[in-house]
Design a protein around this ligand. Sequence first.
Ligand code: C2E
Ligand code: MG
Ligand code: MG
Ligand code: MG
Length: 276
Amino acid sequence: MGTAAQTLTAERIERALSQGDVVVHYQPCYDLRTGDMVAVEALARLLDPDTGELIEPAGFLEALEESGLVVRLDEMVLAAAAAQVARWRELPAGSRLCLAVNLSPADLDDPMLPQRFRETTEAAGLPLEAVVVELTETLLSRTGQGHEQVLAELAALGCNITLDDFGTGNASFDYLRRFRVDGIKIDRSFVQFLGSGGQHERMAESLVRFCLSLGVHVVAEGIERPQHVTALRRLGCPFGQGFLMSRPLPAADLGELLRTDAVPPSLARPTDQDVL
Ligand code: C2E
Ligand code: MG
Ligand code: MG
Ligand code: MG
C-alpha cells in the first residue's frame, strides 16, 4: 500500500476520520554519534475510504486545520502512538525511546489539552517525560493568551517542548525569547546545504552552532546525504532524522528495526572527516 501525493475532499477526510481510518507512520530519530534510535516521530496518514490509498498530511492537514477536526486527528494519533511506543519500550533497544507528536494551533486552543495528554499517555503506560511536543512557529505566531498557559502546563507535566521547522519562519528568534523550549529541530531547507560549500553552507553551519549554543536538544531534520551527517558530526549536532537513515515507516516495520537493533548503515562508520 503506497502513499499518494493527492488531496482529499473535505467530505472524504471527515469520513476517513469518523471511521477511524487514521494510520500512524513512525520516523526514527537517531543519536548521530552512536547510531542509537532515540525517538520516533508520529506522522499521520489517512486511509482514503474510496481508493484504500494512504494520503500524506499535504493532502488533508490544511482542510482539517480549517475545520478544527485536526484536534480529533491529533487525539487519535497520540492515543495510538503512545500505546505503540509504550510497547516498544519493553524491547531492549527501545527502553528509552521517546515519542514526538506534532500539534496544530487548534490543539492549543483547548485548555484541557494538558489534562488530556496526561490521561491518554497514562492509559497507554507511557511516561510524559518520554513525550516530545513539536510546535511550528507558524503555530506559535498565532498563539493567544491561553496558549502560553497550555504550553507551560505541558512542560510542567514533563513533556519536552520542541520548535519544529526552525529557521523557516521569520519569527524564530522572537519565540526563543518568549517561550522556554527544550529542543529545536532545524529545518531541512538548511540541512540540505551542509557539505555543499559556499555561502548557504556557512549560513546552515551558523544556524546549527547558534542552536547548540542555547543548550537545548538539537535535531537536524531532512538528512538525505552522507555529507550532511559528516558536517553535523563535525559541528557537534547530536541528533538527526531523515530519509538517509529511514523514511517514516508503518509500525510493523519500525518494530522490526528496533528488534534488529542495528545501527543504520549511514551512521555505522565515521568517515575520515568525522570527528566524534
Ligand atoms: P514535520 O513535523 O516537519 O515532519 C517532517 C516531514 O518531513 C514529514 O512529512 C517527513 O516524512 C518528511 N521528511 C522526513 N525526512 C525527510 C527527508 O530526509 N527529506 C524530505 N524531503 N522529507 C523528509 P509528512 O509526514 O508529510 O508531514 C508533513 C507535516 O505535516 C509535518 O512536518 C507536520 O508538520 C505535519 N503533521 C504530520 N503528522 C501530523 C499530526 O499527526 N498532527 C499534526 N497536527 N500535524 C502533523
Ligand atoms: Mg515534526
Ligand atoms: Mg519539521
Ligand atoms: Mg519539516
